[in-house]
Design a protein around this ligand. Structure first.
Ligand code: UGA
Length: 422
């Protein structure tokens, strides 16, 4: 099938490359000219395991990138919308990019005779496909849904760092639409995937994404709260989590305690659904508590640190900056808030991360960035581990105090060690 993928961030890039590898003819669209040039030269615009190899394989025969949305839409049967829906200050989401893309698709399909299909993968609160995507396309194309064009919602469940593996091995595929042609065409695209396909309304598909992320975030705040209680008892949270996770109704996944969840999804999505629920007249107490526990969790690390010594002028090593290992993404990373707090306490920081130092330098230009974890250990009196990079497990920390915010050590721990909640 001929498919355009609009918006080449994490989601769009993996969707475009994955569909191309599955045999479709894909045109990726983005407004960023440098990104387009890189993709067409087989250079991934983001760090994601396996993406480089995939681009080498599919560009240019099966995947090409362009900034000409109109041409891409006219040359294809179906467009996936994968643009960002970033948080606004108060927690709601910005719909600017989504509206612009729907407008441009509308203008493009005005000239098209055959029925064009538009499927959103961006995370959008229930009602958005109907109120924004369909309405905007109708307004700018003069055409009517569902007779002249189709609209669907197909939420993504990819994790950064394993997005390519996740793309080819989904647990389920959700297709929401009230238009049977759209459902049929989406099913055709995912025919080869060996997993359950759930067909729903547009709103249900939109909500499934929020409910999934909210539940995963809830599991993390839950185990962090249990961990904080375990720490008071001086018992091993990891064994408690293991004992709980062995119950097949619960599963061991997402029960790893630490400094809390970050990234571009959980904080934004839980905030957005809290905001929307409140707007609808419902007070989502549980989800508010999930965010509250998460907001305070990095502070636990500082409490532990302060129990050991005053922080003023203390030489503190920071290992890890990304919100999790396997990515160069620092969005909502708990490490950044920890750095801010440490700077307020006037600590002297030595910093290392294998992937994200360039990005963090732009935010905190005057810190001591070192090019290896070993150098950080050498310079510092106390070491904080803020991302679970494998290389941090193997280091010789000597007798220096190591405070672990990411549950990095399974068996052999450094001599002088304390975990955030274990
Ligand atoms: C998450 C979801 O897992 C994906 O299914 C979803 O598609 C994606 O958001 C999205 O909405 O786009 P991602 O943000 O890439 O994926 O990362 P996760 O692996 O879910 O981790 C999120 C955060 O939770 C990280 O900071 C991680 O360190 C933390 N986490 C995860 C824990 O603290 N404990 C755990 O047990 C698991």
């Amino acid at each position: 099938m001929k498919i355009s993928v609009i918006g080449l961030g994490y989601v769009g890039m993996c969707q475009a490359a994955g569909l191309a590898k599955s045999g479709h003819d894909v045109i990726g669209v983005d407004i960023d000219k440098k990104k387009i040039e890189n993709i067409n030269n087989k250079i991934p615009p983001i760090y994601e395991k396996g993406l480089k190899e995939l681009l080498i394989d599919v560009v240019p025969d099966k995947l090409q990138a362009t900034n000409n949305l109109k041409e891409a839409v006219l040359k294809t049967d179906l467009s996936f919308i994968c643009v960002g829906t970033p948080s606004k200050k108060e927690g709601s989401m910005s719909m600017v990019q989504l509206k612009n893309v729907a407008r441009d698709i509308g203008r493009a399909i005005k000239q098209k005779e055959s029925k064009h299909y538009v499927i959103t993968k961006s995370t959008i609160v229930p009602g958005t496909s109907e109120e924004i995507v369909i309405k905007t396309i109708e307004e700018h194309s003069g055409k009517k849904f569902p007779d002249d064009f189709g609209v669907g919602m197909n939420p993504e469940f990819l994790r950064e760092g394993t997005a390519i593996i996740d793309f080819f091995n989904p647990d389920r595929i959700v297709i929401g639409s009230s238009d049977k042609d759209t459902v049929e065409i989406a099913e055709k695209i995912y025919r080869e995937f060996n997993c359950a396909i759930l067909k729903t309304s547009l709103k249900e598909a939109e909500m499934i994404k929020y409910a999934s992320n909210a539940l995963l975030a809830t599991k993390i705040s839950f185990i962090n709260e249990i961990g904080n209680i375990c720490k008071k008892y001086n018992i091993n949270t990891n064994l408690v989590a293991e004992g709980v996770g062995l119950d097949s109704r619960i599963s061991p996944k997402f029960l790893r305690s630490g400094i809390g969840f970050g990234g571009s999804c959980f904080p934004k999505d839980v905030n957005a659904i809290v905001y929307k629920a409140t707007e609808l007249g419902y007070n989502p107490r549980l989800l508010r508590a999930v965010l509250e526990v998460n907001r305070d969790q990095p502070l636990k690390l500082l409490e532990i640190l302060e129990n050991h010594c005053p922080l003023k002028n203390k030489k503190i090593g920071v290992l890890g900056l990304t919100f999790k290992a396997g990515t160069d993404d620092i969005r909502e990373s708990p490490a950044l808030n920890t750095i801010k707090e440490l700077l307020m306490e006037e600590a002297e920081l030595y910093i290392y991360d294998p992937k994200a130092m360039g990005k963090v330098k732009k935010i905190f230009p005057h810190l001591n960035y070192l090019d290896s974890a070993e150098k950080v250990i050498k310079k510092s009196e106390i070491i904080l581990i803020l991302t679970e990079w494998d290389e941090f497990k193997e280091l010789d920390y000597g007798k220096k105090l190591v405070i672990d915010g990411k549950n990095v050590f399974n068996h052999s721990k450094p001599e002088n060690y304390e975990g955030i909640c274990w």
